[in-house]
Design a protein around this ligand. Structure first.
Ligand SMILES: NC(=O)c1ccc[n+]([C@@H]2O[C@H](COP(=O)([O-])OP(=O)(O)OC[C@H]3O[C@@H](n4cnc5c(N)ncnc54)[C@H](O)[C@@H]3O)[C@@H](O)[C@H]2O)c1
Length: 318
């Protein structure tokens, strides 16, 4: 059972991960080779406790209790007594391989070892791991890790299902939203989606199709606005899979060289599952008419509209 967590690397991400965990009731040992990174993390802790409280967050514990849950060390041996160690040091393969080798040596065999890497492969980072082969994972947080809910989880080929289940349950207990990445792919899921968006947006800017400010407006006020209350597949369900199939067919050849036909859409169309209007698409929409589901969706978009004024002001004054 995870009762104490070690975080290796006290930079941008390591601090955020530690903050998330100590504010959710669990002690953390934060380790960094640089004393100044640890000092900065201690200062950021005070700043963010204040900011969260000013924004109305109730942690359920006093600042003193939360602060006392965090201990600092420059020695990697300091995390040996933890049940889960999250490595979040500088993005460098050799460095992470060496950290994992050392953790493998100093940690008891039940300790789970995870990496927060953005771009490196778990199989390579954990190449020198012997004792903990069945206990290695990627736990990929998003910056700022103490605010953005998502944590992507990836098992290695030898990782036990019970290790995954334990880490998954732990992250949820820490207030995070987890997803399982079923196969090792560079960039995992969310960063790949973000890079795909960046590739197209930056091409439009580069080609002079849109100004910088209007590019921001397009994302904030269009797709970004919808994504604040719904994922992509629900948006397709509401738009209609048949309609999206036509749009994809027309636009994909214009913007990509390696055009793929998506059986994940076409098979559903063949089965008559066109989205909300046919009560089934990627998800099920039982018992209500299209209009009723649309009204339900629009209610949440109207809620989002309430915070939109502030965002719009920021775009206009950027
Ligand atoms: N910054 C992001 O947006 C982001 C998002 C998701 C994941 N990540 C990943 O998180 C990890 C950390 O990124 P970051 O942005 O916090 O970097 P950072 O540069 O802010 O912090 C890295 C910290 O690691 C420390 N460090 C270096 N070698 C060490 C060692 N041997 N032992 C202990 N500590 C060591 C450094 O002193 C530094 O304080 C990277 O793997 C990165 O890819 C970053």
């Amino acid at each position: 059972m995870i009762q104490k967590v070690g975080v290796i690397g006290a930079g941008t991400m390591g601090f955020g991960i530690a903050f998330q965990i100590i504010t959710n009731g669990m002690p953390v040992v934060l380790q960094d080779i640089k004393e100044e990174s640890l000092q900065l993390a201690g200062e950021k802790l005070k700043t963010y406790l204040k900011i969260f409280r000013e924004e109305g967050t109730l942690f359920g514990d006093s600042d003193e209790t939360i602060t006392n849950r965090l201990t600092f060390t420059t020695k990697i041996e300091g995390v040996a007594g933890c049940d889960l160690v999250i490595e979040s040091a500088t993005e460098n393969l050799e460095l992470k391989q060496e950290i994992f080798r050392q953790l493998d040596e100093i940690c008891g065999e039940n300790v789970i070892l995870t990496s927060n890497t953005s771009s490196l492969k778990l199989s390579e980072i954990s190449r020198n791991v012997e004792k903990h082969k069945d206990k290695v994972m990627i736990t990929h947080f998003f910056n700022p890790a103490h605010i953005v809910p998502l944590v992507e989880l990836l098992k290695g080929p030898d990782t036990k299902q019970e290790t995954y289940d334990e880490v998954n349950a732990f992250m949820k207990k820490m207030g995070k939203v987890t997803i399982e990445v079923r196969r090792e792919v560079p960039g995992l899921v969310a960063n790949r989606i973000q890079v795909a968006l960046a590739r197209e947006a930056l091409s439009l800017l580069e080609d002079g199709v849109v100004s910088e400010r209007d590019l921001e407006r397009a994302i904030f006020a269009g797709p970004g606005f919808r994504f604040s209350s719904s994922g992509l597949l629900k948006i397709i369900d509401f738009g209609g899979l048949d309609i999206w199939d036509i749009v994809l067919g027309q636009l994909q050849p214009e913007i990509e060289t390696n055009v793929r036909s998506f059986s994940v859409i076409k098979d559903k169309i063949d089965q008559g599952n066109l989205g909300v209007k046919s009560s089934k698409g990627f998800f099920d929409y039982p018992g209500q008419s299209l209009d009723e589901y649309v009204i339900e969706r629009d209610r949440s978009l109207i809620q989002q509209l309430k915070t939109f004024d502030k965002i719009q002001w920021e775009i206009e004054h950027a």
